[in-house]
Design a protein around this ligand. Structure first.
Ligand code: ADP
Ligand code: MG
Length: 564
């Protein structure tokens, strides 16, 4: 009886395959980057697992990736001796997309090929990119530690289904064979494959090997020699000397880490010595990933210890408000068997985290100062996340505050371009506070009646309407020695900004209106604490304000909505 099983792909996989084949037509060579990247991950995982169980490496301990092709059979094969996959893992990994946010991703597709190609780039196409150049893909894999007879063969034509069976395989690891389509034929030669490998995979820290070829001068043909040679430098990019790394290499390494086809906005590569020794290579992306606000989403920094990969997504290495940063941190001090629990308590990790946060803030300061257009683009993508830092990172609060941008009555534009430094520079004679109004939309903030007196006096007010603002303000109370004050709170203390004439007039009006105020006070006794004559309105007859120490109406509404 045959043990071949046929199974259907998850709906999302079918959608992804369709999309990829149609929208990534101009970037076909990325299949090689993705498959080599998976092979390299598989070797990293094995090396890590072997720290606890060296028998997993058995007699085949030189981890490497091999790329070969067969012109006659029209196949390209990418083979590794890494961790391999079990039967169940093959089904899960090569039949579904197990990433958080997958649903949201598909919902965000527009049907416009160019836009979708961008989105798909951010999503990361991974293994399925094999079908860009192949009309059939065969995967043979044996998990490290499994018996020879417990290997798996997976085959698919990238339509709706795949077949899977248990086979015997002599070697550990995974071999992926692409039966190329017309588009893939141009990769059926050594020169083309080497060129793509050099471009995309030079930073990979293991040897990528191809068969050596000899050129026969008489016949003009190349013949394979059966000997393997490395086509990359095979030392970790971040461990190389900065002066030996080109921008192109930094960018290629970024796409490897992030699956993002866009170039990074900036990067910073440093070796830190002293109390804690580590190397950090950190990137700021241009574009937000689709799952930026998903708390479950992977964080971007990978942890290595002395070049050995330890874990992805090491959230202890950067504060959460910098979760958009991608990169690698390689520590010389942490133990190789470090666990997430140890990371949480480690003093070395705390030093690394503080250092990394400072490094990212300096990168941002540099962009803000020298590349203002790029900074505005950064702000539009990640500003809301960075604002969380005002609450989350007290130690760096004032530095972050200088990086934050707001909308304000200075230009009444929804685009957030005003920095607190600009605001302070424009403060009026005698003004010692920074004023803001919070509302649930920019339009409501801009038309708030509380602004009337400020507009009349020419005092700038920050217009806040982002979801995080109210939360942020409970932690962020002061900038540059000036307190932040809501224009919707009582006792605004604007007298200092009025002249004698205005003050006298205000007192007269107050006297005149006293009987009215008393009548209102009685009529509204159940509903308000106090009725007062105010100088804060210009056109509107009245407004509701909250006491100095009370919750704002906006926050009250939010708490109510949350069922509190
Ligand atoms: P990603 O690499 O982002 O996880 P991919 O689509 O590239 O997504 O790969 C899906 C999964 O398939 C990987 O996470 C891994 O578990 C498994 N996989 C792919 N290629 C290999 C390989 N060469 N060896 C072992 N596992 C692999
Ligand atoms: Mg991958």
């Amino acid at each position: 009886m045959s043990n071949v099983q046929t199974m259907g792909f998850q709906t999302e996989v079918k959608q992804l395959l369709q999309l990829m084949i149609h929208s990534l037509y101009s970037n076909k060579e990325i299949f090689l980057r993705e498959l080599v990247s998976n092979a390299s991950d598989a070797c990293d995982k094995l090396r890590f697992a072997a720290l606890n169980d060296s028998s997993l490496l058995a007699e085949d301990s030189e981890l490497r990736i091999r790329v070969s092709f067969d012109e006659a059979a029209k196949t390209i094969t990418i083979e590794d001796n890494g961790i391999g996959m079990s039967y169940d893992e093959v089904i899960a990994n090569l039949g579904t997309i197990a990433r958080s946010g997958t649903k949201e991703f598909f919902a965000s597709l527009t049907g416009d090929q160019q836009k979708d190609a961008q989105l798909i780039g951010q999503f990361g196409v991974g293994f399925y990119s094999a079908f860009i150049v192949a009309n059939k893909v065969e995967v043979l894999t044996r998990k490290a530690g499994a018996a020879l007879t417990e290997a798996v063969r997976w085959v698919s034509e990238g339509q709706g289904e795949f077949s899977i069976e248990v086979i015997e395989k002599a070697t550990r690891g995974t071999s992926i064979t692409l039966f190329v389509n017309e588009d893939g034929e141009k990769f059926l030669n050594s020169w083309a494959l080497r060129e793509v490998l050099r471009r995309y995979s030079d930073h990979i820290s293991l040897p990528i090997q191809m068969e050596k070829e000899e050129f026969n001068q008489e016949t003009g043909a190349s013949i394979k020699t059966g000997e393997w040679e490395s086509v990359n430098q095979a030392n970790a990019l971040w461990a190389r000397n900065k002066t030996e790394i080109t921008d192109e290499q930094y960018k290629a390494f970024y796409s490897h880490l992030s699956h993002d086809y866009n170039e990074p906005l900036a990067w910073s590569h440093h070796r830190v010595e002293g109390r804690s020794e580590y190397t950090q290579l950190l990137y700021i992306p241009k574009q937000a990933p689709f799952d930026l606000y998903d708390r479950e989403a992977k964080r971007g920094v990978k942890l290595y210890v002395k070049r050995v990969f330890i874990m992805d997504d090491a959230e202890q290495l950067l504060p959460s408000y910098l979760r958009f940063v991608r990169g690698v941190i390689d520590s010389s001090d942490l133990p190789l068997n470090v666990s997430r629990e140890i990371l949480q308590e480690s003093r070395d990790v705390k030093l690394i985290r503080d250092g990394a946060a400072k490094r990212v803030l300096s990168m941002l300061e540099d962009i803000a100062e020298n590349r203002s257009e790029d900074y505005m683009a950064f702000w539009a993508e990640f500003g809301q996340v960075l604002k969380e830092g005002l609450g989350e990172d007290q130690a760096n609060q004032q530095r972050i505050a200088k990086l934050v941008r707001f909308a304000s009555t200075h230009n009444d534009q929804a685009t957030q371009t005003v920095s607190l430094v600009d605001y302070v520079a424009r403060m009026k004679e005698g003004q010692d506070k920074i004023y803001y109004v919070v509302a649930d939309s920019f339009a409501n903030a801009k038309s708030s009646p509380h602004l009337e007196i400020f507009r009349q006096k020419g005092i700038e007010v920050l217009l806040l309407s982002d979801r995080v603002d109210e939360w942020m303000l409970t932690y962020f109370r002061e900038f540059d020695g000036k307190s932040l004050v809501s224009v919707a709170k009582g006792g605004l203390d604007l007298e200092k900004l009025s002249n004698e004439e205005e003050k006298k007039q205000q007192e007269e009006v107050a006297q005149e209106l006293k009987p009215l105020v008393e009548r209102l006070q009685v009529a509204l006794a159940e509903r308000v604490k106090e009725v007062r004559v105010t100088a804060r309105l210009v056109d509107s007859p009245s407004c509701v304000v909250v006491g100095q120490n009370e919750l704002s109406p906006h926050l009250l509404r939010m708490l109510k909505a949350a069922g509190q």
